[in-house]
Ligand binder design. Structure first.
Ligand code: PBG
Length: 336
């Protein structure tokens, strides 16, 4: 090693142009996926837990997506907000071809043909208890295999409605192969699967659950801190998360997703080392909300925090990132 008076690494940081020249990771709008919440009402309403985001009417969702496309964002993850009256224990409404999400997807597909549409596959918007699967009171747990059957049918409906990717976020065992088989049998070979492969039982999903109105207020099991630990991963475990990813890759996933992102950079890194598939990460609702509320207090700069956290997620190895900052960051990138 050279003595420190000869090796001066700070030479590489001396000017803004030199720093730009040597920057190793970048953010681009086209790597970002913008989550959108769409409800059945004619007017959009603010989501207090997700500052700047709304439960959108279909018309407003299309307008917003158009603006995003102009900023270079190409992909949207669309989540339905389902009225309590349409929810039941089994999430049956998810398989009604008339359910709003199918109309939303086909309208997006027709009006924004250049957009990439990602549709979530899980029952939580549709169940009274807010679990991602069918609840079996005898087991006191979700019924894995019964849920997978419903998800297969749901994935086919979502693909037929126009989703380019279905994104199972439910963490049931065996669902990737089951969904791939169902899509292929329905002649939907071109629809991809973004698997929420390493999804942790995190406390960082609260604002999302408020946004979709998870469960129904009168359901005794329901709360935004609903316990999903029998299917989502233990935040203490890394090897188990990598194993989930390898399993989903073997079952036919096209993209592997790690969620949350910012506190799970080691998982993103390790998955990236072990697969040649694209890796996605989801900077989830409370990662976003925590930054927003600290910024509101004047404790950090929101834009800088957005860019720093997203760059860290890229540095760890994510090829694409789902983030509520997508639009803000895309604007920022254009202004630079
Ligand atoms: C559930 C789902 C969740 C999120 C995306 N899909 C919440 C959960 O698992 O309870 C959370 C995303 C976020 O917090 O931004 N299928």
């Amino acid at each position: 090693m050279l003595p420190t008076n000869i090796r001066r690494l700070r030479r590489l940081r001396a000017t803004s142009a030199i720093r730009d020249l040597l920057q190793q990771n970048h953010l681009r709008a086209e790597q970002l996926v913008f989550p959108l919440f769409v409800h059945e009402k004619e007017h959009s309403e603010a989501i207090p837990q997700l500052p700047g985001h709304k439960r959108l009417s279909l018309t407003d969702a299309i307008t917003l997506a158009k603006e995003c496309l102009e900023l270079g964002i190409k992909a949207f993850a669309i989540f339905p907000v389902v009225p309590s009256a349409k929810k039941d224990e089994r999430g049956s409404y998810a398989l009604q071809p008339k359910a709003m999400i199918y109309n939303v997807l086909s309208t997006f597909r027709a009006q924004l043909p250049q957009a990439v549409l990602i549709a979530d596959v899980a029952l939580d918007p549709y169940t009274t208890h807010g679990h991602d699967g069918i609840w079996n009171p005898q087991l006191n747990d979700v019924d894995n295999d019964a849920t997978v059957e419903v998800l297969q049918n749901m994935a086919v409906l979502l693909a037929r409605a126009g989703a380019h990717f279905v994104a199972p976020s439910d963490m049931m065992d065996g669902r990737i192969m089951a969904i791939r088989t169902a899509l292929d049998q329905a002649n939907l070979q071109h629809t991809g699967i973004i698997s929420y492969a390493a999804k942790f039982a995190s406390c960082y999903y609260g604002p999302f659950r408020h946004a979709i109105g998870a469960g129904t207020p009168d359901c005794p099991q329901h709360s935004t801190s609903i316990d999903k630990r029998t299917y989502q991963l233990n935040p203490a475990n890394c090897r188990e998360a990598v194993l989930e990813c390898l399993e989903d890759a073997a079952e036919g996933a096209d993209v592997l997703l790690v969620k949350p992102a910012g506190h799970y950079l080691d998982i993103i890194y390790q998955v990236k080392q072990r697969t040649l598939l694209p890796v996605a990460a989801y900077q989830v609702s409370a990662e976003f909300a925590a930054i927003c509320s600290a910024a509101e207090k004047g404790w950090l700069d929101k834009n800088l925090a957005a860019v720093e956290t997203l760059l860290s997620i890229r540095r760890a190895g994510a090829d694409m990132i789902f983030t509520y900052f997508a639009k803000d960051v895309a604007k920022l990138l254009l202004s630079q």
